[in-house]
Structures are given as C-alpha cells and as structure tokens.
Write a protein that binds this ligand. Structure first.
Ligand code: HEM
Length: 145
C-alpha cells in the first residue's frame, strides 16, 4: 500500500537520521512536551526539567533503541505489523504504556525530522511520513486489541 514515491520519501529521510542524536532529541521532546510520559521511565532518574532530560545518558541510550526499532520497520515497510508484533506486546502487557502515547512519539519524531531537514522536508515528504507514522502507531497498538 505504498507508492514508489512514498517509499523513497521515507527511506531517503531515514538515511540522514543519526539514531542516537535524533533519538535523544525525540525522546527529550516526548518527556518535556508530554510530561505525563515521565512516569513510565522512573528507573531513568531525574526527568523533571529539560536540562536534566537533555543530559540523561539513559534517555540517550533509550532514544537510540527506539529509533533503531523505527528503522527496522522502515526496512520492512511491507510488513510493519509483523516486524513490530513482539514490541507491541511488550508495551501492552509488560510496560502497560497507554497507546495514545505512540501518537505523541510519532508527532515529536516528525518535528525532529522537520527541524533537521528544514525546507528539504517538503509537504510531499511530510505526507509520506504522516502516513508512515500512522502505520507505525497502528502496528504498535496491535497488542492491545
Ligand atoms: C522499551 C521502542 C514508544 C515506553 C522499548 C524498547 C524498544 C521500544 C525497542 C526496548 C524493548 C526491549 O527491551 O526489548 C518503541 C517505539 C516506540 C515506543 C518504536 C514508538 C514509536 C514508547 C512510548 C512510551 C514507551 C510512547 C511511553 C510513553 C517504554 C518503556 C520501555 C520501552 C518504559 C522500557 C524502558 C526500560 O526500562 O529500559 N521501547 N517505544 N515506549 N518503551 Fe518504548
């Protein structure tokens, strides 16, 4: 259900992503913009302000893990659901993450990509990414059904 243009838009942007740096920024934005998400990461230490989150090595390491899983989905665009099946179950049954938060992470990820690419993040590229984020959120939410 992807056009060749959509696939190219998603993979070409992903080639420019730095998993650790951009993952850290996305997770930082999640924790600061939507502070209720901090409750899931109580083992990560102090996350109460932007300076603490930005300097937190656990947030950095975890941001890289999250974006690696996104990259895994991107290399399997025709089977995102199957690729993220186990990860979805972990978030549902073990971590008890409210699936609404997957949308929030998708939103901050698009903002990180847009600020990184500037005018190269064209409306057409944004359109493909919004569609990918919807597929990503749907795949991560499957374990809740
Ligand atoms: C763990 C990916 C969204 C909370 C993980 C792990 C991955 C991952 C790969 C490691 C799983 C393992 O250890 O086997 C993702 C992806 C997301 C996403 C791809 C969305 C695009 C979220 C959101 C939250 C969340 C929105 C909460 C607001 C957690 C927590 C852990 C975890 C608490 C365990 C952290 C730890 O103690 O090490 N996630 N995640 N995740 N995720 Fe997510």
């Amino acid at each position: 259900h992807w056009t060749a243009e959509e696939k190219a838009a998603i993979t070409s942007v992903w080639q420019k992503v730095n998993l650790e740096q951009d993952g850290h920024e996305a997770l930082t934005r999640l924790l600061v913009v939507y502070p209720w998400t901090q409750r899931y990461f109580s083992s990560f230490g102090n996350l109460t302000n932007v300076t603490a989150v930005a300097g937190n090595a656990k947030v950095r390491a975890h941001g890289k893990k999250v974006l690696s899983a996104v990259g895994d989905a991107i290399t399997h665009l025709d089977n995102v659901k199957g690729t993220l099946h186990d990860l979805s179950e972990i978030h549902a049954f073990k971590l008890h993450v409210d699936p609404e938060n997957f949308k929030r992470l998708g939103e901050v990820l698009v903002i990180v990509l847009a600020s990184k690419l500037g005018s190269a993040f064209t409306p057409q590229i944004q359109g493909a990414w919004e569609k990918f984020v919807a597929v990503l959120v749907d795949a991560l939410s499957q374990g809740y059904n």
